[in-house]
Design a protein around this ligand. Sequence first.
Ligand SMILES: [Zn+2]
Length: 318
Amino acid sequence: MLSVLLNEISQLNKNDRTEVGKLIHQLDADNKVIPMIESSLDEKNHCPHCGGENYIKHGFAHGLQRYYCSACKKTFNTLTGTPLARLRHKDNWLEYLGTLCNSQTIRSAAQQVGISIPTSFRWRHRFLELISENRPEILTGIIEADETYFLYSEKGNKKVSEARPARKRGGKAKQRGLSKEHVCVLVARDRTGNTTDFMVGRGNISASSVEKYLEPSLDKDAFLISDKNHAYKKFSRENNVTHIGLKSGMPDKYNSAYHIQNINSYHSRLKGWMQRFNGVATKYLDHYLGWQRTLDQFKNLTPEQLLFSSVGVYQHLT
Ligand SMILES: [Zn+2]
């Protein structure tokens, strides 16, 4: 049987051999991805509807084990309630996640995986939804904080782009300096490399946004270093956080450990990395921030790691 099959394959033309290769690849990919998805339930260990921990196996659906929860009487599988529920073609998922590891554009990912551009767009944001929420729980010791800005963009918002001409790619703000045309992103990084960031809104940063977004991530012994921006000073005073505001963001003259160079270089890596996407719609900016943050935190990131993150099973730096 096998020898007949192999003989027949050897006589196929190049295109048909490619098709056979694709089929084998798909079967291998299915065999690989489904057990990984299934194992993520071991980590979560509860019913996504009610949080109950008593459930039993209850048949199969969409290639996945289905469970029945004895508390709420509902069925679920390991993807229920995640952004990947009902996403099709699981055999392509790991290859698609590989395009995220390689920072590919939507178009290039679509070409490589053999899916349409709208599908590539939809998949990108389904996968990134939980990946982008994987932040370190706590920053400790010396913590550098600084904000960076992106132009507000409604790219991809059809109603608006029909109503008025889109800004040219990589456009410039109409007003000089900071304004409501800018979206403020607050970034903080401790000296172990743990990094967190938040889209805090339009225009200048304020003490109340530092409090809202950064305060929950600060260890009680945190030592905050920023530039002279008044927002950090006011926040630190009101929240009893030890703080140094460096003049012009330059390293302290007397203590070389007091600087914000790690955060400045993070900002430039982020900006450089974003350029390939030719301007990102503000409503998706947090996905891109989380994507870059994940790439920066986990060297040699694998599609398998990203698959777990995309269903909310996170690894952390230790
Ligand atoms: Zn339940």
